[in-house]
Design a binder for this molecule. Structure first.
Ligand code: PEP
Length: 250
């Protein structure tokens, strides 16, 4: 079912004390109700403490990444079973930093996505174009390809476990945000792709988040678009007041 979601991607920013302090600040400032699901994605070592510290809150603790492998000799990797054993039910896959810095390609992201879904996880699948692609006018086909390659092998039932996050790479951590019209245009394009491939139900039920310098000042105008169902938030999620102000923009 399509839901509004505001997810904070803490990236490699908070050690355990910082992570626990941020959770404490979030808990202190939480209102009784939000018109969206709230998620935070701490680093792997902080996930279990974060899970325990948020049990009495509506905040879901999610993972920033996972391995496509089941188990075994994969030094440095974290399996889906391991994440589930510490309470994680949702994983971010395909963030542009994973694609660009760690060279995760479409085939690997497709493998991670299907592995996570088959274990019953929800996946926040990230896609988005670089600036030169947008300047060349190829953003729709680039994002379309990313989605097609990772998600079009899934069934409509499996797609119920997928949330898409459109994150134009030129807007991530740059302070430059896609305009509400640019975000809506791409989200509508993605929804049309889902409709053409999976049918009306999937298109209607899939949450599509926007990510890229979402701040309290621009969240409301982004979320007001009919096809923008929330945000994947980096920098602004490291401040409890900013993150909750973004959640409050619904
Ligand atoms: C992100 O990393 O997913 C992101 C959107 O970062 P920021 O909000 O800092 O642009």
């Amino acid at each position: 079912m399509r839901k509004n979601i505001v997810a904070g991607n803490w990236k490699m920013n908070c050690d355990l004390p910082t992570s626990q302090k941020l959770i404490w600040e979030l808990k202190k400032a939480l209102k009784p109700d939000y018109n969206c699901e709230l998620m935070i994605a701490p680093s792997f070592p902080c996930i279990y403490p974060a899970f325990n510290s948020t049990l009495d809150t509506p905040i879901e603790v999610v993972a920033q990444n996972c391995s496509e492998q089941e188990k075994g000799a994969f030094t440095g990797e974290v399996s889906i079973d391991m994440l589930q054993s510490v309470g994680v039910k949702t994983v971010i896959i395909g963030h542009s930093e994973r694609r660009d810095i760690y060279k995760e390609d479409d085939a690997l992201l497709a493998a991670k996505t299907v592995a996570a879904i088959n274990k019953g996880m929800r996946v926040i699948f990230c896609c988005g174009e670089h600036l030169e692609i947008r300047k060349a006018g190829d953003h729709f086909s680039t994002v379309g390809n990313q989605i097609e390659k990772a998600l079009f092998n899934l069934t409509p039932a499996q797609m119920e476990q997928v949330v898409i996050a459109y994150e134009p790479v030129w807007a991530i951590g740059t302070g430059e945000t896609a305009s509400p019209a640019q975000a809506q245009e791409m989200h509508a394009h993605i929804r049309t792709m889902l409709k053409d491939h999976f049918g009306d139900m999937t298109a209607h039920h899939t949450s599509i988040l926007y990510g890229g310098s979402v701040k309290p000042a621009n969240a409301a105008e982004l979320f007001a678009n009919p096809d923008v169902d929330g945000g994947l938030v980096g920098g602004a999620s490291l401040d409890a007041q900013s993150f909750l102000a973004i959640a409050d923009a619904f």
